[in-house]
Design a protein around this ligand. Sequence first.
Ligand SMILES: [Zn+2]
Length: 356
Amino acid sequence: MPVVIDEKYAPAYLDKMIMDKGDLVILTKGNIKNYVNKELQMIAPFGCAHHDGICERCAGYGKGRLISYLPLGIHIGIFSAMQIIKRVTQKVLSAKHLIATKSMMYELSGTVLNYMTRHLDKIYFNDKMAKEIDQLSIKIPTDALGPLVDLGFKDVVPTPETFSKISYWYLMKNNDIIDVIQMEQESFTPFIAEPLLNFMHEHYGDLVMDDEGVIVSLKGFDPKKEIFQYTIINSDMISYTSKVASFMGSDIAEYTDLVRVMQDFSSLVFTKSPEVPYFYMEMIVRDFLITSKDDYTIPTVTDPQHVQFDKLSGIISNSTVCQKLAFENLHEYLSLPSTAIQVRPAGLYSPFFGIV
Ligand SMILES: [Zn+2]
């Protein structure tokens, strides 16, 4: 695949392989400066014959080195997406960046203010409460927990935000409830932060659980660690998200040139996170390739200038049988004449539908 490496983003291409006068060359910190700002031929994963993953050679990392970018057997598309999202989010949420952009923060008010303090996106007990931490408990009422989301991904560890949003809780001291703490405010619902979740996990036997909820004794909890966390709403993040959404959600379906898509998608990602390995972006783009409108199998690309993409909604609902079933009315799908002739492999969620 033809690629031009912009000098600014050179680290994103480290370890990838290029062809130089017929020889395979691995890009390293030492040699990459010889290859920036000129057209190169890079080994890309689009020509791989595997449709359910990727081999080391096509990934463009020599033997034994892909493992440093990907754990073996991982769901590669979801993993790549998370690697990109993680880096972009870290950048957008860095303190320096937050000062320079317009951000909506969670403001402590009401009962929370009496006990807690906030730093950036983390919420801690204040100094007074920290001193008494061994006598404190948190009672989490069952009806205060938000709905569970995104727990179905295999091989992907859900983030605390997806299952521990909490609208209110009871503060207990020496086994007596001393206050009700309202957490939900305007557009924010904080969630239980990782240190407390880990603490609950380590002291699972000490949790008191009944129909009304869970009581977590904080005896032994490090009060310097955050109890809750929330997601900062940032104007820059919102505009960036909408750019990515329009690229993946509609624009990409119009492209027929793989080289152009990689240029446009990587420059979009690089604006927020210059060090994301280029390979992860290749893997995301590969997920949007289709063989034809009747066959959503990821193709083995032989001519990068003539390819076909579909937008996110099409990819989600058409790539596999189970996704089709999950997103559309089963009865309508089965009654379509084309159902019997369209090629659709089993997918990640197939076992849930009894398809193996
Ligand atoms: Zn391959």
